[in-house]
Design a protein around this ligand. Structure first.
Ligand code: APR
Length: 175
């Protein structure tokens, strides 16, 4: 099992689940959160209202509604405050908890955006190391069936950072 790294729009992917970089309310926002809610339609927000929010690092699942993806896993990344307030472990938990939910639903394909590297200001070089190493560890130690994990970067620079990080860390990846 290897990690796929692509550049694109996560709302267009026909996968079992896409991950949303949400805020603690889970009631929508800007960035990828806004794009997912726009593409999914109003029923997504209705279901999100029943979730009762989430803490940073937590993940919760809803249906995908008008999205090509069947499910949306909403996770709340850390707001970057310089890196000494637990941001790395919270970001790691976002990936771990999202993957655990995907496994519990026996999902075969899951796509992640680059969590916290937009409005939340997490430097993408550090964030990509956490994302890729956490996903690789999970696939090697926790996935008991074939699971495809895709990292979807919205722009060329972020895509190139993820590719460079995968090469530096020696992580097996596809493009
Ligand atoms: N497909 C894939 N990636 C996307 C898309 C998209 N359609 N739109 C944005 N992105 C990327 C951004 O380029 C960034 O790399 O998602 C990453 C995360 O950026 P944000 O969406 O700003 O999320 P984040 O940094 O985690 O901040 C979360 O922003 O939108 C609000 O409600 C959200 O308050 C929360 C905060």
């Amino acid at each position: 099992m290897s990690i796929k790294i692509i550049q694109g729009d996560i709302t267009k992917l026909s996968v079992d689940a896409i991950v949303n970089a949400a805020n603690p309310s889970l009631l929508g926002g800007g960035g990828v959160d806004g794009a997912i809610h726009r593409a999914a339609g109003p029923k997504l927000l209705e279901e999100c209202k029943s979730l009762g929010g989430a803490n940073p690092g937590q993940a919760k699942i809803t249906h995908g509604y008008d999205l090509p993806a069947r499910w949306v896993i909403h996770t709340v990344g850390p707001l970057w405050r310089g890196g000494k307030e637990g941001e790395p472990i919270i970001l790691k938990r976002c990936y771990e908890n999202s993957l655990c939910i995907a496994r519990s639903y026996e999902l075969r394909s899951i796509a992640f955006p680059s969590i916290s590297t937009g409005a939340y200001g997490y430097p993408i070089e550090e964030a990509s190391e956490i994302a890729l190493s956490t996903i690789e560890w999970f696939l090697e130690n926790c996935a008991y069936y074939e699971m495809e994990v895709i990292c979807v970067l919205h722009n060329k620079r972020d895509y190139e950072v993820y590719i460079q990080t995968a090469k530096i860390l020696g992580i097996d990846y596809e493009v």
